[in-house]
Design a protein around this ligand. Structure first.
Ligand code: NAD
Length: 440
């Protein structure tokens, strides 16, 4: 059993803290956000993530066993820990592509007074290559060491992805310090490793690049199929059939080949931009120049979606009720950072449409970001009187909508499927105008 601190309890850190406690470790979760810490201390998840509240409750149980999980705003409480995970945000810098590292720097700075010789600081935040080397120099005078252990969890599956990830990557220093860091991380991940999870031990730079490269590849796969969707639109072909056919080649694979409104969220967009910025600093900008095109293809899908929506309401949004299904950047999350759905909703609002956004979990977060849009938590109410329905986040309840039942609520039977998840034949048979990205 290890004693662990987790600095930064957002989408990544709160799940990591709860998951580590569920594996039997003693965990102190630290955040500067008092509201988040208050919620977590009462075993309430400050955001929607399936399974998180159950995990929080089990680790903070009042059944007489000592709590394994404590949340605090006081970094001094982390002094008891010997392994300190840094899980704070690395957003895009305003007006630049580069990552803003002020939170990572502040978190490390705040840890310095509590670090003891032999402690291990473990970076999990996604950072530009070279960050770990720089931070290691700051940490070493305390006698502690640094490892970088990038995180690959997917929001909506974060609990399982943390406990049983596809792989563990450790970026460690050379020599004995690296061996000690590896041993300390093996102790933390003992259960996961025993379950057969592969682990790769690398230097700092490789570990940092693994994360950025993985996100760049995923973004490329999505934008590749969306580029094919543009060609399908120009030629009358069907991108969903095309994806099925090329995906049957196991060198290509069908996963992440769902054409649609593209990617968003708090990771992929800012991570590929930060990668371009860092590559430029390293004099290797040509190597990832293609990511600019990946980003552009992705953003063009939002504009195309607005065009399709305008077409189904006869060329103008003015005086039209547009119901947007989905506000989160993906289903099973309430995260609205760079949400494609909200981007589209905002553009239609600016063009004179009366937009009503609904989402099972994310309307409160969306309202804070885009206060001008209309919101309705109840799906039936949101659909009532719509001239067009746009499916922009593929929550299960939207994929399962029944064309006849929805048809009874709306004013005009027009739907644009931004995620290619509905059956066009079924909707058309019920008298709907059905349009989708990349399909005739
Ligand atoms: P987030 O914004 O949800 O959480 C960051 C948290 O850090 C916030 O609660 C904030 O209050 C806290 N914080 C900021 N400065 C602090 C400080 N000095 N001390 C203590 N707490 C501090 O962000 P996130 O989505 O959890 O992402 C965190 C990092 O993990 C980012 O680098 C991100 O790229 C990476 N990541 C995220 C995901 C994901 O799916 N969300 C997946 C893999 C990697």
């Amino acid at each position: 059993m290890s004693t662990i601190s987790v600095i930064g309890c957002g989408y990544l850190g709160a799940v990591h803290a709860a998951a580590m406690a569920s594996l039997g470790h003693r965990v102190f979760g630290v955040d500067v956000d008092e509201r988040k810490i208050a919620a977590l201390s009462e075993a309430r998840a400050p955001f929607f993530e399936p399974g998180l509240e159950e995990l929080l409750a089990s680790a903070q149980s009042d059944d007489g066993t000592p709590a394994r999980l404590t949340f605090t705003t006081d970094i001094a409480d982390a002094a008891e820990a010997t392994v300190h995970f840094v899980c704070v945000g690395t957003p895009q810098r305003r007006g630049e592509f580069a990552a803003d590292l002020t939170y990572v720097d502040a978190a490390v700075e705040s840890l310095l007074p509590v670090l003891k010789a032999g402690d291990l600081v473990v970076g999990k935040s996604t950072v530009p290559v070279g960050t770990a080397e720089r931070l290691a120099e700051i940490i070493r005078p305390t006698g502690a060491e640094l490892a970088w252990n990038p995180e690959f969890l997917r929001e909506g599956h974060a609990v399982d992805d943390t406990i049983t990830p596809d792989r563990l990557v450790y970026g460690v220093p050379g020599g004995e310090a690296g061996e000690q860091a590896t041993a300390a991380l093996d102790e933390v991940y003992r259960t996961t490793l025993d379950a057969g999870t592969p682990r790769l031990v690398a230097d700092y730079a490789t570990a940092e690049l693994v994360k950025t490269a993985a996100n760049s590849f995923l973004a490329t796969k999505i934008s590749f199929i969306n580029a094919m969707a543009e060609l399908c639109e120009a030629s009358g072909a069907d991108v969903t059939l095309l994806a099925d056919a090329i995906g049957m080649d196991d060198r290509i694979g069908r996963k992440f080949l769902n054409a649609g409104l593209g990617f968003g969220g708090g990771c992929l967009p800012k991570d590929i931009r930060a990668f371009m910025a860092r590559a430029g600093e390293l004099g290797a900008d040509q190597a990832v120049a293609f990511l600019r095109e990946i980003d552009s293809i992705n953003m063009r899908r939002r504009v195309r979606m607005v065009d399709l929506a305008r077409e189904v309401v006869n060329g103008s949004f003015i005086g039209k009720n547009i119901t947007v299904l989905g506000a989160a950047f993906k289903p099973d999350s309430d995260d609205v950072r760079d949400s494609p759905a909200l981007g589209v909703a905002g553009l239609i609002n600016l063009q004179g449409g009366t937009v009503t956004v609904t989402d099972p979990e994310a309307t409160d977060n969306a309202r804070r970001l885009f206060p001008d849009l209309g919101y309705e938590a109840d799906l039936e109410t949101a659909l009532r009187g719509a001239d067009a329905v746009l499916l922009l986040t593929e929550w299960k309840q939207y994929r399962e909508l029944h064309p006849e039942e929805v048809g009874e609520l709306v004013r005009g039977r027009a739907i644009v499927d931004g995620r290619n998840v509905l059956d066009p034949a079924e909707w058309r048979a019920a008298g709907w105008t059905y349009r989708a990205l990349g399909r005739p």
